[in-house]
Design a protein around this ligand. Structure first.
Ligand SMILES: Cc1cc2nc3c(=O)[nH]c(=O)nc-3n(C[C@H](O)[C@H](O)[C@H](O)COP(=O)(O)O)c2cc1C
Length: 361
């Protein structure tokens, strides 16, 4: 580990896609023999950037060509006029942009980031990837071949690399274990920290609100299901100023959560709703975020963190293949995650929009 070259992976992500891709690349680079963390740009102490030699940025575009919320502070700093044009002279970088060509400002955030890094003296290690959600294969349409070329160049930056990504080892971000005590036994549970502090989505002042009205306002025949949703507020707690925005953080439905625990049971997995998950650090510079240091039951994670409506990308099948103990299941997952299996994956997952819960044998 001592001699391993440091590669910092930073992401800016509004709805977690860029985060998933950043973590996926980070895992690959661990297998290749690089060290260093994967972090949201705003969680990285930006004044250290001048000392970094190798950074990969993964950045989506949101709004109308805007940067995601968790890179806004980072981006504001980078735009400071008084930064010398050789600030990042030591830096070799690459940018992966995630966008959607149906928007006028396609991949604007990534393009602006790449331009600014270059203005500040950074050297591109590889051209910017402009991934497009409209591609039949989603972002992978551009990303797969880009990564291949990027890894070839990256390997030249270190003498201490594993020649090939063998894809036989699952690299976790943190060490996770199950504690079979009930959450009710825990006295030090602090809801405020659990909901706000250090959460990558930066929730501020969370409030539990009940839905008062949820009514479809578009005709049934219209392709969009537009709704008027009103909430009961706990009046004196909800203070707001003009221009404030409200983020709604939905929870999974009880039916979906029940389905998940039924799957655990069918497969004889001893994972009960009240068990507590413990997270421990297992990589240099990769601290466990505060909200995961609180005791969280499997139920809370299933209800509020896991996206049970997500449809699995090819990468999800690659990860499942690494942890599956059943030979046939593992082979199927490898097939669905391979370039040759793309058509089958499209038919099985993407076209019918099959959710992760519906992928079961
Ligand atoms: C509200 C919204 C606005 C978006 N605006 C843009 C845009 O201006 N330009 C673009 O290329 N993509 C845009 N996109 C597409 C996203 O960049 C794309 O879906 C990306 O995968 C999201 O990554 P994330 O989940 O990490 O935020 C937008 C998506 C949403 C939901």
């Amino acid at each position: 580990m001592e001699n391993n070259v440091r590669l910092l992976v930073l992401f800016g992500s509004q709805t977690y896609t860029a985060q998933e891709i950043a973590e996926r690349i980070w895992r690959d680079t661990k297998v290749l023999g690089f060290k260093g963390p994967v972090l949201a740009m705003d969680d990285y102490p930006i004044s250290n950037l001048i000392y970094e030699k190798l950074v990969l940025f993964v950045c989506s575009t949101t709004g109308d060509g805007d940067e995601p919320d968790n890179m806004k502070t980072f981006w504001k700093f980078l735009l400071r006029k008084n930064l010398p044009s050789n600030s990042l002279i030591n830096l070799k970088y690459a940018v992966v942009g995630l966008g959607d060509s149906s928007y006028a400002k396609f991949n604007f955030a990534a393009k602006k980031l790449q331009k600014r890094l270059s203005q500040l003296g950074g050297t591109p290690l590889h051209e910017t990837a402009l991934c497009d959600y409209q591609h039949d294969l989603g972002h992978n349409g551009v990303l797969s071949s880009w990564l291949k070329n990027f890894y070839t160049k990256l390997k030249l930056c270190s003498t201490n690399v594993t020649p090939e990504i063998t894809e036989t080892k699952f690299v976790p971000r943190w060490k996770v274990s199950l504690n079979k005590r009930g959450i009710d036994d825990v006295d030090d549970f602090n809801e405020d920290i659990y909901f706000s502090n250090g959460n990558t989505a930066h929730f501020v002042n969370p409030l539990h609100l009940e839905i008062e009205k949820n009514k479809r306002i578009t005709d049934e025949s219209h392709f969009q299901d537009v709704r008027l949703i009103t909430f009961k507020t706990i009046n004196d707690k909800l203070k707001f100023d003009p221009g404030d925005t409200l983020n709604i953080r939905p929870r999974n439905s009880t039916a979906d959560i029940k389905d998940l625990f039924d799957i655990f049971e069918t497969h004889n997995l001893d994972i009960k709703a009240h068990y507590i998950l413990n997270f421990e650090e297992c990589h240099e510079d990769m601290p466990v975020p505060n909200f995961l240091k609180q005791p969280l039951s499997v139920y809370m994670i299933a209800e509020q963190y896991w996206d049970l409506k997500a449809y699995p990308t090819q990468y999800v099948f690659a990860l499942l293949a690494l942890v599956s103990e059943d030979k046939l299941e593992r082979e199927k997952c490898i097939e669905l995650s391979s370039p040759e299996g793309q058509e089958e994956w499209l038919n099985y997952c993407r076209r019918p929009r099959r959710t992760i819960l519906e992928v079961k044998n």
